[in-house]
Design a protein around this ligand. Structure first.
Ligand code: ZN
Length: 129
């Protein structure tokens, strides 16, 4: 079998889902966050109303183990309430994760890529739930 990917899937330590919102869609984001927290074994961060890292607009983050991805992402396709969502892997290359390895539901947000290099801090990876 040939391996054409430039990152082995075995090096992906989970995924982040970032759900973007604004003043008009904040309530939808809160509802979506509550539903995800109820339905899935994931870590849901607080709604961040300002900029955070590469994210130039308000968002909240879901930290997801690889085995939850095939349940969570199709659910988000059907239940995202019009919100724009970034799904990115957690490899050792955060810049690639947020660009060529990224998956978008809805419209992509212009990320602040200069904030990205190398890997992630420990708390950004999935914990044993
Ligand atoms: Zn992230």
């Amino acid at each position: 079998m040939t391996q054409s990917a430039d990152v082995s899937i075995g090096r992906v330590k989970g995924y982040h889902v970032h759900v973007y919102y604004d003043g008009a869609t904040r309530a939808s984001a809160e509802e979506l966050r509550a539903a995800v927290a109820r339905e899935f074994a994931v870590e849901c961060g607080a709604l961040r109303d300002g900029e955070a890292g590469p994210h130039p607009v308000p968002q909240f983050r879901i930290i997801c183990k690889s085995e939850v991805f095939p349940k969570l992402v199709p659910w988000l396709m059907l239940n995202r309430q019009g919100l724009d969502i970034l799904v990115h892997p957690l490899s050792e290359d955060s810049l690639a994760d947020h660009t060529r390895h990224a998956l978008w539901l809805g419209r992509p947000v212009a990320l602040k890529l200069a904030a990205l290099s190398g890997g992630y801090s420990a708390e950004q990876y999935p914990r044993a739930l």
